[in-house]
Design a protein around this ligand. Structure first.
Ligand code: PLP
Length: 358
């Protein structure tokens, strides 16, 4: 029997292959950003697949995400928390905080004193994002007094690129320059620099540890050029009904689409509550029997509608492809005026999730 839920298929073999491809090409080690539940695809299965492929450095945003990844992969590999530890979370169960300013560093040196041993950490230097990380003044204070990092086992100094997806942007080279300059002012430590797109920018963006995220999940890290990564996600949602409407009838909220001819409409069980963004209204297609069918009318919370007039009569229960090789997360993002990351991290909780290829 066909379920009436959508099916989200995550190809873990493709995730692993994408990681291996990046790891083979990068000059240093390559880790993986698995924050936000592995970009919406399931942090635990994704992290286990990456571990099996050889990945030993994992990045999450929140402490709770880190604990979940640690639970999934067991002890050993590095799990670093980009947003740092909340106050009082010292201990962190084998996780490592990213220190995003001197206040973080002070708290972590105090924790090390209390623990009576060196505590591992990653020091984040801001070179052009102005979100998190030591600013230039803080770098100078550390340069003048390495004691500000006393008791820390500095595993990496990292920075983060603002414009890696725009290779010609002058800020890229400027950030590389600022990062090199900051690193010579700080206690010696391995460096962690490039995200996915940064790994494609050239040798001065190489480092001891790359931190790709989106490329692992099939997002194009080289916008404007052919996508070198394998697609990971397939999303299909079932047709609940097929109905015939006369010319002049409108479909959906706001009556935003009107049939110009007698038409056949397939109503499908997915909507903006499932991450099928409302901004896609009138701007995307479904794939039915290998052919595109236009999305018509507004995307509603739980339903979307496709014009299948020119198709052989589908049956309720047949699935329409929403994401796949013919319509990638990047394609949907372009249609919706956003980025593939937002498409992936918006994928809802109401799909059946099949992880394959592990
Ligand atoms: C999310 C994130 C990454 C991964 O970025 P992608 O563009 O997805 O490759 C790397 N570093 C930091 C600090 C991040 O926040």
């Amino acid at each position: 029997m066909t379920g009436i839920e959508g099916v989200l298929t995550v190809d873990l073999g493709a995730v692993a292959a994408n990681w291996s491809q990046l790891a083979a090409a990068a000059p240093g080690d390559v880790g993986a950003a698995v924050k936000a539940d592995g970009y919406g695809l399931g942090a635990a299965p994704v992290a286990r697949a990456l571990l099996a492929a050889g990945c030993r450095h994992f990045f999450v945003a929140h402490l709770a995400e880190g604990l979940a990844v640690r639970e999934a992969i067991g002890p050993g590999p590095m799990v670093a928390v980009l947003n740092g530890f909340p106050p009082g979370a010292e201990g962190g169960e084998g996780l490592m905080p990213v220190l995003n300013g001197l206040a973080d560093a002070a708290a972590w040196t105090a924790a090390a004193r209390q623990a009576g041993r060196a505590l591992p950490a990653i020091l984040h230097v801001d070179t052009g994002m102005a979100r998190l990380g030591l600013d230039a003044g803080e770098v100078e204070r550390v340069a003048a007094d390495h004691g500000l990092l006393a008791g820390l086992d500095l595993r990496y100094v990292m920075t983060h690129l603002a414009c890696a997806d725009a290779p010609e942007h002058p800020l890229n080279a400027e950030q590389a320059r600022r990062f090199r300059a900051a690193c010579v002012r700080l206690p010696p430590a391995p460096r962690s620099f490039a995200n996915s797109a940064g790994l494609f920018l050239g040798p001065e963006f190489g480092s001891d540890l790359g931190r790709p995220g989106c490329a692992l999940y099939g997002i194009n890290p080289t916008p404007g050029r052919a996508n070198p990564m394998r697609q990971v996600v397939r999303l299909e949602a079932p047709i609940l009904q097929v109905r015939e409407i006369p010319a002049g009838a409108s479909v959906g909220y706001g009556a935003s689409w009107t049939a110009l001819r007698p038409s056949r409409i397939a109503t499908v069980a997915a909507g903006y509550a499932d991450g099928y963004l409302r901004a896609l209204s009138g701007r995307a297609a479904g794939i039915l029997a290998g052919r595109p069918v236009p999305l018509v009318g507004r995307v509603s919370m739980d339903l979307i509608t496709f014009d299948v007039t020119d198709m052989p009569l589908p049956s309720p229960g047949d699935r329409i492809g929403l994401i796949g090789p013919g319509q990638t997360p990047d394609d949907l993002a372009f249609a919706a005026g956003t980025i593939g990351y937002e498409i992936l991290t918006s994928l809802g909780a109401r799909y059946r999730r099949d992880h394959i290829g592990a």
